[in-house]
Structures are given as structure tokens and as C-alpha cells.
Design a protein around this ligand. Structure first.
Ligand code: PLP
Length: 422
């Protein structure tokens, strides 16, 4: 039975609808016109069938956009890609209907970051990388891209004068990649400011934003002028801690073509089932983020007054040095915060071993709250002076605030803090 509105009717689902409406409806039902299923099918298949050699030939030549093999494309994956186009690029596409916003789903956030960087740079080119980025992004630059002849340079992206100087000093740079907010210090980069400097000094540079911490609900880099946005969907977009996944969205057709080549030739495509879970999670992103943000704000305000806490880093607090920028470029301030224990490294260890409700685990953006102490865990093997240079002090604790009752989270923190020596 043919859907009366046609098989692709939700592909460009009402870009002028609100975010929550788009999160629920955009892209849904792509690829399943014959059924009346209310939810998307999981096409858990490695390959697709041709009814004749001629049909196969048309698919391989590109004359017919049929599915061939899941590494090259899959209808379940297409649903997620179409939804993300509608979420990330709605405002830019409405402003300029000719602008194409394209998303390619990857198997992990790191595959997405690798794809985005390799789509922009080749041997002999250079890349500028935010000075505080996810550890594996640093390793990718130091251990992999360097071997491919792509030189990378760290830039303090919270300082626009440093960004300008780096662009001037590296005329072969093809892209600048950075995160905002940064992990775990919650320092921000002024996305529109970086775009402005890039356009003034070297417009050939692509601006790539890792938007994992903020999500498209809280921050939309395309509206601030960025060219490429990457996400680890492992975090808030899936939201339930069930998959690893990644996304790259771009307004640049040449980058999009490179991404398609990379995802299929590197074999970095996601599994249909994982993508289905990500799409399911994405439908409740706005609801979840509102709760994450409200609870993180309440916890940040509470910890700011606690005698065993020396400092709290959360962009929503007036005490955050870039609070005005956060208000300008974010809809709300996110579910991630970090704080400094007066008692240093021992207090951090004790807190990890005694706190209730919060799960002691890396990763972030889950419905349940996670806690970690970088100095004794993720960064334990980093030399102390290097760790301190990156703002990761002995007593720094990172919270990924979940959607539990916030009173219970505050109580759990208070009880664990009360057990720390004065
Ligand atoms: C900001 C950021 N970007 C990218 C990644 C990598 O994502 P994945 O673990 O899905 O490969 C992470 C993982 O924690 C992250 O925090």
C-alpha cells in the first residue's frame, strides 16, 4: 500500500515547525512506504536484493538511488540522517532554501571526527585544533593524521586573538576543529567570533564544531556560521547509554561528497539497530535536555555555596567568566558541570568511592547521572604539570547530571561531601 502522502513525505518535514515537533516527525517513515507501521522499521540486513541484472546495473551506476549494501547506505540510517538535517540546519535552510544541509551517520563519534577532518585535509595540509578537545581527538592528530602528512597545531579557541595569530601563522590550514563547552573545564569558544576571524583572515578554512556537549537543541553552530558540525551520538543524542555512534552534518557539498566516500571506503558506517536506537533517543532530546539543564543549574548553585567546594564551573552561573557568551550562543547551559574539591586528590578518590546514585563511569549525556574524577581516573597517567596546564586540577570532579529527582542528587552529593575530611 502506497502511503497517500508519498514515501518521502517526511524527508523535509516542515522546517518551520518547532524543534520538538521536528525531533519527533522529521525523517520518520523513510524507506517503508509499503507498511502502515507507526514506527520505523529496523532494516537489519547487510545487503539488498535486485530483481534483475538490469536493475542491479542501474543501482550501481547511480541512475537509480536503490539500496545496494548496508555499508553504502541503509533505510534505517537514512531516517536518522534526515532527522538531523531538519534539526541542525532548519534555520539556515529557511534563510537560504538553496542551501543543502547533509548529514552522514558514522559508527562512533571518533569515526565522525576522523571523517570530518579527512574530508577537509590531505597530505601536506594543516589543521588547527582547539587546545582542549576530547583525548582521542588529540591522539588521532598526534598518532594518525601526522603519519598521513597532515600537520596539526593546537589553538586556544577561547582567545580570538590567538585564533587570528594561528590562522596567519598556518596559511596551509584547511580547517579548525573545536569543542564548546570544552571538557571538563567548561570553558567556551565564541563560535560566531571564530567564524568571523576565519572569514576575515583565510576564508578557505572550514570551521568544524564538535557540538557533543551542547547538542543541536541547545546550540546550533550553522546559525553562527560554521561549515561542519560533528556529534558523538553516544552521549545526549542517544541519551540512554546504549550505543556508540557519530554524525557529521555540513552545508558544504564538496565536504559531503568526501564524507560519503570516507564512510563507505573506511567502513565506518553505523549498524542499523544502533542507528534506530539513536533515532529513538533523539525524539525525546528536548524533554531530556530541559531536565538536564534545570537540574545541573540547581546543583551548580548548591555546590557554589558548599564549604568543601572551592569552585564550580558551569556556563549558567553568573560567576562563569564567559556567562555572557553562554547566554548569547546557547539556548540553555547543558547538563555537564565540574567542581573543585577543597580536599584535592584524596578527597576526589573518597567522593568517588562513597557517593550514592551517581554512577562512577566515563562518558556523559545519559539519562542517569555519572561522576568521574579525572586526576585519579581518566588523567591519572598524564604527568601532573601537563594535567594542571590543561586546567585539570587534583580536586576536579566532573558530573554528567541525569534526569533523576534533583533533590535526590543534591542529597547524595551532600552526604558524600559530609564524609570528606575538613
Ligand atoms: C566531546 C566529545 N567528542 C567526541 C567523543 C568521541 O565519541 P565516541 O566515544 O562516540 O567515539 C567524545 C567521547 O567522549 C566526546 O566527549
Amino acid at each position: 500500500m502506497e502511503d497517500s502522502k508519498g514515501p518521502d513525505y517526511k524527508k523535509n518535514f516542515g522546517l518551520n515547525y518547532g524543534f520538538a515537533t521536528r525531533a519527533l516527525h522529521a525523517g520518520e517513515h523513510l524507506g517503508q512506504p509499503q507498511t502502515k507501521s507507526h514506527t520505523n522499521a529496523i532494516y537489519q540486513t547487510s545487503t539488498f536484493v535486485f530483481s534483475s541484472a538490469e536493475e542491479g546495473a542501474r543501482a550501481f551506476s547511480g541512475e537509480d538511488p536503490a539500496y545496494i549494501y548496508t555499508r553504502l547506505g541503509n533505510p534505517t540510517v537514512k531516517v536518522l540522517e534526515a532527522k538531523v538535517n531538519a534539526l541542525e540546519g532548519a534555520a539556515v535552510k529557511l534563510a537560504n532554501p538553496d542551501l543543502r544541509v547533509s548529514t552522514v551517520a558514522f559508527s562512533t563519534g571518533m569515526a565522525a571526527i576522523s571523517g570530518a577532518l579527512l574530508a577537509c585535509a590531505s597530505a601536506g595540509d594543516e589543521l588547527l585544533i582547539g587546545n582542549v578537545v576530547y583525548g582521542a581527538t588529540e591522539h588521532l592528530c598526534a598518532n594518525v593524521l601526522s603519519r598521513l602528512g597532515i600537520r596539526t597545531t593546537d589553538v586556544d579557541v577561547s582567545d580570538l586573538a590567538a585564533v587570528r595569530a594561528a590562522i596567519l601563522a598556518h596559511p596551509k590550514a584547511k580547517a579548525i576543529l573545536f569543542e564548546s563547552p570544552m571538557n571538563p573545564t567548561m570553558v567556551l569558544a565564541d563560535i560566531a567570533g571564530v567564524v568571523r576571524v576565519v572569514r576575515e583572515v583565510n576564508p578557505d578554512i572550514h570551521v568544524i564544531v564538535d557540538n557533543t556537549f551542547a547538542t543541536p537543541y541547545l546550540q546550533r553552530p550553522f546559525e553562527l556560521g560554521a561549515d561542519v558540525v560533528v556529534h558523538s551520538t553516544t552521549k545526549y543524542i542517544c541519551g540512554h547509554g546504549t550505543v556508540v555512534g557519530g554524525l557529521v552534518t555540513t552545508t558544504d557539498d564538496r565536504v559531503k561528497d568526501e564524507l560519503y566516500k570516507l564512510v563507505k571506503d573506511l567502513g565506518a558506517s553505523p549498524s542499523p539497530f544502533d542507528t534506530w536506537l539513536v533515532n529513538l533517543g533523539l525524539k525525546t532530546l528536548p524533554l531530556r535536555m530541559d531536565k538536564h539543564c534545570a537540574s545541573a543549574m540547581a546543583i551548580a548553585r548548591h555546590l557554589e555555596r558548599h564549604p568543601k567546594v572551592a569552585a564550580v564551573y558551569y556556563p549558567g552561573l553568573e560567576s562563569h567568566p564567559q556567562h555572557a557568551l553562554a547566554v548569547r550562543q546557547m539556548k540553555d547551559f547543558g547538563g555537564m558541570l565540574s567542581f573543585e574539591l577543597v580536599g584535592g586528590i584524596e578527597a576526589g578518590r573518597l567522593l568517588m568511592n562513597t557517593i550514592q546514585i551517581f554512577t562512577l563511569a566515563v562518558s556523559l549525556g545519559c539519562v542517569d547521572s555519572l561522576i568521574q574524577h579525572p586526576a585519579s581516573m581518566t588523567h591519572a597517567c598524564v604527568p601532573r604539570d601537563k594535567r594542571l596546564q590543561g586546567g585539570i586540577t587534583d580536586g576536579l570532579v566532573r558530573l554528567s547530571v541525569g534526569i533523576e529527582d534533583v533533590e535526590d542528587l543534591i542529597q547524595a552529593l551532600d552526604t558524600a561531601l559530609a564524609g570528606l575530611p575538613n
